[in-house]
Ligand binder design. Structure first.
Ligand SMILES: O=c1ccn([C@@H]2O[C@H](COP(=O)(O)OP(=O)(O)O[C@H]3O[C@H](CO)[C@@H](O)[C@H](O)[C@H]3O)[C@@H](O)[C@H]2O)c(=O)[nH]1
Length: 495
């Protein structure tokens, strides 16, 4: 019993599906190694999580009080997937108010005789380091984004380099290895940022607290993401552990009460009826959507190219995600009827069983905004990407995957631009084509899939890089615990 108490880890993600999903997966993975997990979040997220836990899991879910109405948010909204995109900054600002309640929670655990061995917190919850250190607890950040994308995102927000040049392209002052960044690779809130606006104030505050942590875990693989990981090792002088891919199993996803627009079974049956490598999967993650005119252009492109596809359709930009939604209103006249008659397209409303789809042999490519979870799910399945980045670090994920890794081709950028259906048709044609660039990208995707499998291999006499990184992190946390908890003391070990 005593042993188990010693090995308790507190896990605390930001309130967004793109963050909660990999944190839950991380929690399940660490639990399997014999650690007790306390998973912290706001009441509605905890309620939703209850069903995602496997029956044999002993993960403890702990609520931290939060009332969205106190923070200029609609009532009962505690996750980016239930608010309009325009309120994402408001939710981020509101999340800082969780600090006193988090401190009480840790204090209760310590006073109750079960001090955590470590706290693993979100990239937006660097402030938890101060709380952890107050109680002599080891602290790490877990980045659910990859190294390169996060390094560009971090550098762009901390330096706001576009304010110091009139040029459309520039390098990052502390990350020149990233190469040229184009203004169109900055999201709208970065473009408007000058250091005094609400976005840069909150994001710079949150990112600058990373340095208070004792190390950073990344949901990535050392072999494919060296440049970005090195940026953080150099910048923060902290251990950086690439432990990915941390992916939630199909089983745990199925248990969550996220309502899919289709049953997994119907979706798989549909895919079973299609030839190998013939289907394009289209989805833009848990919080993004395209504009009404972009939706029309994408539909026109699909209408004019002879491929099979699955498209997760959501209300276009500016429309409430939670309202009833009839896809027909936003698509060209007769589109749904035509694709049904041709039996070559599946429109799924709002949410699809993504991992099952990507694992199916009929899927040839993924047209994605390239949120990092989608990227990992895709490349782990050997599926190449057609990138349409929309915000955050997605622009840099696409840049890296296209220029350095070679498994992606960018088709469009952002949600405020006109896209032309002819351009979409051309890029889909290239990536799904049997020869030339398409063949090259698919071969590279298979190579990367093997590298990822290798990183996670744990066999007699061989441990992959991600397995070693996870072991090292747990050993350092245990060492910190044994060193005894001096108030405010920090552990700086080099990897
Ligand atoms: O119909 C759907 C749509 C999404 N998903 C899942 O939802 C997650 C979406 O995550 P991601 O692809 O990373 O997209 P976002 O939700 O947009 O992710 C946010 O979080 C990511 C990780 O921090 C960042 O990389 C992104 O920029 C940020 O927008 C993935 O696991 C998907 O499998 C489904 O299962 N079905």
């Amino acid at each position: 019993m005593e042993e188990r108490k010693e090995k308790m880890i507190v896990i605390f993600p930001y309130m967004a599906q793109g963050h909660i999903i990999p944190f839950l997966s991380l929690a399940l993975q660490i639990e399997k190694k014999g650690y007790q997990i306390t998973f912290v979040n706001t009441p509605l997220n905890i309620k939703n999580l209850k069903q995602s836990l496997p029956l044999n899991s002993s993960i403890r879910l702990l609520e931290i009080p939060f009332n969205s109405s106190d923070h200029r948010l609609p009532p009962e909204t505690e996750n980016t997937d239930s608010i309009p995109f325009s309120l994402t900054l408001t939710l981020l600002e509101a999340s800082v108010s969780l600090k006193p309640a988090f401190r009480n929670l840790i204090s209760d655990l310590v006073r109750g005789g079960a001090p955590p061995l470590a706290v693993i917190a979100d990239i937006f919850f660097g402030w938890t380091a101060e709380v952890a250190h107050e109680f002599g607890i080891f602290h790490t950040i877990f980045s659910s984004t990859g190294g390169f994308g996060m390094a560009c995102y971090y550098s762009v927000w901390m330096n706001l380099p576009h304010n110091y040049t009139d040029s459309v392209e520039f390098t990052l002052p502390d990350f020149p290895e990233a190469g040229l960044i184009h203004r169109t690779q900055l999201s709208a809130n970065v473009l408007a940022a000058d250091g005094t606006d609400p976005s840069s104030k909150i994001i710079q505050l949150l990112l600058s607290s990373w340095v208070d942590s004792d190390g950073i875990l990344f949901n990535t693989i050392e072999e494919i993401d060296k440049i970005g990981l090195y940026y953080f090792r150099r910048k923060l002088s902290l251990p950086v552990w690439p432990i990915g891919p941390i992916l939630l199993s199909v089983d745990s996803r199925a248990r969550s009460n996220k309502v899919c627009g289709i049953s997994s079974e119907s979706c798989i049956n549909w895919l079973d009826s299609k030839p190998q490598n013939s289907v394009l999967y289209i989805s833009f993650g848990s919080q993004h959507t395209i504009s009404a005119s972009q939706m029309m252009q994408l539909a026109k492109a699909l209408d004019s190219i002879d491929i099979n596809f699955i498209w997760v359709v959501r209300p276009p930009l500016g429309f409430d995600m939670n309202l009833e939604f009839d896809a027909v209103e936003w698509l060209p006249e007769g589109f749904l009827k035509r694709i049904e008659e041709q039996n070559r397209g599946l429109i799924i409303v709002k949410w699809a069983p993504q991992v099952e789809i990507l694992l199916h042999k009929a899927v040839a490519a993924f047209l994605s905004h390239c949120g990092w979870n989608s990227v990992l799910e895709s490349i782990s399945a050997g599926v190449p990407l057609i990138g349409w980045p929309m915000g955050a670090e997605q622009f840099y994920n696409v840049k890296y995957l296209e220029e350095e890794v070679g498994v992606c081709m960018e088709v469009a950028r952002g949600t405020n631009f006109e896209v032309r259906n002819e351009d979409i048709v051309k890029k889909i044609g290239i990536v799904m084509g049997e020869n030339g660039k398409g063949k090259e990208i698919r071969e590279k995707a298979c190579e990367v899939k093997k590298m990822i499998e290798n990183g996670g291999r744990d066999e007699e006499g061989y441990k992959g890089s991600s397995v070693r990184a996870m072991e090292e992190f747990l050993n350092v946390a245990a060492f910190f615990g044994k060193e005894k908890k001096v108030r405010g003391q920090k552990c700086r070990m080099n990897t």
